[in-house]
Ligand binder design. Sequence first.
Ligand SMILES: Nc1nc2c(ncn2[C@@H]2O[C@H](COP(=O)(O)OP(=O)(O)O)[C@@H](O)[C@H]2O)c(=O)[nH]1
Ligand SMILES: [Mg+2]
Length: 213
Amino acid sequence: MLNASFYITVARIADLPQDSSAEVAFAGRSNAGKSSAINTIAHYKRLAFVSKTPGRTQHLNFFRVAEQRFLVDLPGYGFARAPLEQQRGWQGLIGGYLESRPQLHGLILIMDSRHPFTDLDKRLLAWFRVTGKPLHILLSKADKLTRSEGLSTLRKAQGQLAELAIQGSIQLFSSSKRTGVDEAEAVIRGWLNLPAGKPATPDGGQKKPSSRE
Ligand SMILES: Nc1nc2c(ncn2[C@@H]2O[C@H](COP(=O)(O)OP(=O)(O)O)[C@@H](O)[C@H]2O)c(=O)[nH]1
Ligand SMILES: [Mg+2]
């Protein structure tokens, strides 16, 4: 398991921590379940505040999981009522970070399994593809789907990713039911060059991070 502790909140690119060697960022629409996913994967209650008022956080929150290794909670996007100026600032911060951060080793994109690939998700994906960095998608709140719905949602999402010509791995995930936690953790450990965690299930922790080659 990953054990994270809060490290720093950053509002400007210039303030990004220098004592970092590897980071994994979490992105997603407001309310997609991003904070819950980070809390679940990092085994820390209220690590990233589970918000009832989505879109209010306009900062990058860094959580330390090992020496010079961080999880980074990016501001949620697609909050319709955010003023345009705020959205621009957000884009500058998130775009600047994703584009120019050498320590960024991979992106975890959280999409609600009941309505993945919104226009904003597609824009982020098209944009992030240019960086050439690894991508892993969590189809969140999978507990809201039956087992067969979940499987067909996963297949369909894999097809959509291929259609968009985007390389990346994708899985079902539920913070409530703790589904897919081992799989997600294994990807993150791989990207951060951390030793493999002890899987909670026989086939957990086996999935390799997506290859760009
Ligand atoms: N059923 C279900 N609800 C979830 C899950 N994860 C998050 N939620 C709910 O979705 C809402 C948004 O979650 P949050 O983690 O704050 O999303 P964020 O805005 O992307 O950080 C909250 O009401 C959560 O309780 C999940 O795995 N299953
Ligand atoms: Mg949040």
